[in-house]
Design a binder for this molecule. Structure first.
Ligand SMILES: NC(=O)c1ccc[n+]([C@@H]2O[C@H](COP(=O)([O-])OP(=O)(O)OC[C@H]3O[C@@H](n4cnc5c(N)ncnc54)[C@H](OP(=O)(O)O)[C@@H]3O)[C@@H](O)[C@H]2O)c1
Length: 310
């Protein structure tokens, strides 16, 4: 499904295009499932990073290795794999994808193709934000904004599994899901004053704030993080951040870092039933425009999967 021009979801159209050549360290993968992420819609609309007419979007793959480059030793044809294709290269809204073997991992055997394709981009982002940036540890209190969305549904589970006390912010219909993912305290962002609740329950502040929503959450949460605490946002903060009298807080803008090591760690958790993707809806690749429309409503939970091929 290529992008014919920047604009609405109707600009995603099916075309036959030639495969790029296979490099020595690359794999040719038959894509069996992908998923949609908010960045897909942003790139489709804005054309950022050179995504314009003729681009193939899509940043999650679960599939089977068809062919390996001459220098690849750790994968073989017919291996089941999953990964997040790199920015700037032809993406996963396609029957085939060519990828550097270094960012590919073996697919968790217990997951369906759709479930596996829901993991790479969102779960690696959650993992990087919580552990590479904020160094979340046993016994800490972690406040997660958008705790049941694509990234948040993984972050809530990962913070819980790390032994943190998880305060999860979401809207009313998603509160039961947040609890089932391991949240210790769930706050309804539409019915409660989130900041007042956190202040009342943690007057000294929480150890870590993870913002998976954007808007003005990072600015609002400044007053509920403890001195020396960590704030991580995965959404580019806009506008000014008034620090006021908050002292020695570290603020990270965390961006997905693709790595087989991280995917292998996630796989190990999945294989032990300690982490699971949450699938909201599934579309076929031919219906990718509808998948984008669904994503852009912005009122769901978990991930939207896309099946590829028969
Ligand atoms: N930096 C990176 O590497 C990276 C990687 C992945 C994603 N992102 C970005 O992170 C953001 C989240 O991605 P995602 O896939 O998790 O998104 P998502 O699943 O599409 O999140 C949608 C959810 O956000 C919640 N929400 C909507 N408006 C909100 C508001 N005003 N305040 C708080 N929550 C609100 C809603 O859940 P409730 O109604 O239950 O609150 C909604 O269902 C996107 O902007 C995405 O582009 C960045």
């Amino acid at each position: 499904m290529i992008l014919t021009a920047n604009g609405g979801p109707e600009n995603l159209q099916m075309r036959d295009i030639p495969l790029p050549p296979l490099g020595a360290n690359q794999l040719l993968v038959r894509v069996l499932a992908t998923s949609v992420n908010p960045v897909d819609a942003k790139l489709r609309k804005t054309g950022a990073f050179g995504y314009g007419s003729g681009s193939v979007l899509g940043f999650d793959v679960a599939g089977k290795v068809e062919k390996v480059g001459v220098a690849v030793t750790d994968f073989h044809p017919a291996d089941d794999v999953y990964y997040s294709p790199a920015f700037g290269l032809p993406g996963s809204y396609a029957e085939f994808n060519i990828v550097d073997a270094a960012i590919v991992a073996k697919k968790p055997p217990e997951l369906s193709w759709i479930e596996a394709a829901a993991v790479p981009l969102a779960a690696m982002t959650a993992y990087g934000a919580l552990f590479d940036r904020a160094n979340v540890r046993l016994g800490q209190t972690v406040l997660i904004i958008n705790s049941t969305g694509g990234v948040g549904s993984f972050a809530t589970q990962l913070a819980h599994r790390a032994g943190a006390y998880v305060m999860a912010v979401c809207s009313g219909p998603n509160m039961a899901l947040a609890r089932s993912l391991g949240a210790d305290r769930v706050i309804d962002r539409q019915a409660e004053d989130v900041i007042a609740v956190v202040k009342q329950e943690h007057p000294d502040g929480v150890d870590v704030v993870l913002d998976c929503a954007g808007f003005d959450w990072i600015a609002r949460c400044m007053e509920v993080v403890r001195p020396m605490g960590q704030m991580v946002t995965i959404v580019n903060p806009s506008g000014e951040l008034a620090l006021g009298y908050r002292k020695n807080i570290t603020l990270h803008y965390s961006f997905l870092s693709r790595s087989r090591v991280t995917l292998d760690r996630l796989t190990a958790l999945i294989n032990r039933n300690l982490l699971k993707p949450v699938i909201n809806k599934v579309y076929r690749l031919e219906e990718i425009a509808d998948a984008h429309r669904c994503l852009e409503q912005g009122d769901g939970f978990g991930k939207i999967g896309v099946s590829v091929g028969s």
